[in-house]
Ligand binder design. Structure first.
Ligand code: ITT
Length: 195
């Protein structure tokens, strides 16, 4: 798993439990800086660099929160929004920017890429629409979860268990597509050229 985010690791391990894979955290293998302009670019950067460093298939997730009233911010910059260091500070910044804003629509996006040491890549994408509260609720999950109520529910993602979140979430959907592609042992591979 080419991620240093413990929340993602928890969710990936829970979601892929049905596959007979041995999942391994990245340990001391460094991740490259996220210099891409898209989730796809950044996920490929992380997955490819880990696959090359370990000589093993590597799974990366690049994800973000897109707030309609903020023109899609923080998007690919969700992890470093406002150059702030903690989830709490970033949540406060989003709430601040949305003060007195009636449109609280937002979506989460996750792009999961599985990279093989031979250069093959598989790409899976998932999205989750919802609304942002005016204050945090719930202790579970990570990131912007305490602010986000998915469509069709009244709880925030931070008020759900890992399994409940996975059943509906952006990451859960991307990982379900990966599971589907691998269930019969015939992964849908794509070849790309890295320039
Ligand atoms: P890695 O690059 O090591 O995987 P990261 O947290 O830096 O970890 P990203 O660059 O993909 O990962 O940033 C994603 C950010 O978007 C994450 O830090 C959260 O702030 C937010 N985010 C993504 N998925 C989320 C989720 O399921 N719940 C809450 N916030 C999420």
């Amino acid at each position: 798993m080419a991620t240093s985010n413990p929340g993602k690791i928890r969710e990936i391990e829970e979601a892929l439990g049905g596959l007979n894979w041995t999942l391994q955290a990245l340990g001391s293998v460094p991740l490259p800086p996220e210099t891409g302009a898209t989730y796809e670019d950044n996920a490929a950067l992380k997955a490819c660099s880990a696959a090359i460093a370990t000589n093993l298939p590597a799974l990366a997730d690049d994800s973000g929160l897109e707030v309609e009233a903020l023109g899609g911010e923080p998007g690919v910059y969700s992890a470093r929004y406002g150059n702030l260091n903690t989830d709490l500070e970033r949540n406060v910044l989003v709430l601040d920017k949305l003060r007195r804003q009636a449109n609280r629509r937002a979506k989460f996006v996750s792009v999961v890429i599985l990279a093989y040491p031979d250069g093959h890549l598989e790409t899976y994408r998932g999205e989750l629409n919802g609304t942002l509260l005016e204050g945090p609720r719930g202790e579970n999950g990570f990131g912007y979860d305490p602010l986000f109520v998915p469509d069709g529910d009244t709880r925030t993602l931070a008020e759900m268990t890992v399994a409940e979140k996975r059943a509906i979430s952006h990451r859960g959907r991307a990982l379900a597509a990966l599971m589907d592609a691998h269930r019969d042992g015939r992964p849908a591979r794509q070849t790309i050229t890295i320039e």
